[in-house]
Write a protein that binds this ligand. Sequence first.
Ligand SMILES: [Zn+2]
Length: 124
Amino acid sequence: MNGLEEQQWQALRARLERARNALLSQLADDLDRDTDVRLPPPHEAEASPADNASQRTLNALVHETAAHTSKQLSMVRQALAKFDDLSYGLCENCGEEIGFSRLDARPEARLCILCQTRMEQRRR
Ligand SMILES: [Zn+2]
């Protein structure tokens, strides 16, 4: 079992589905903007080096945003997939219950608080 009541399970699943939809439309927006900034300016030959530089910065920013959004999206998708095999709510490291209060704060959490803390300490 995952320590979640049916109602909590359903609520978390609904939240993740909403998050997925929001991220999907955000990603579409991000990519839209990506296309916009990729369009060459009307008088490209006359563009000053400074314009080109800020154009590059803008492109990098848009890419970063889109990359961040798609990373979040894949986390949410992974979490949703675990509803199907009923492993949602269990720590991927130790198999213990993650617990509703933690999932309520971070529905896409994959580790229990102990493993998460340990992993963060190891990274430091
Ligand atoms: Zn754990």
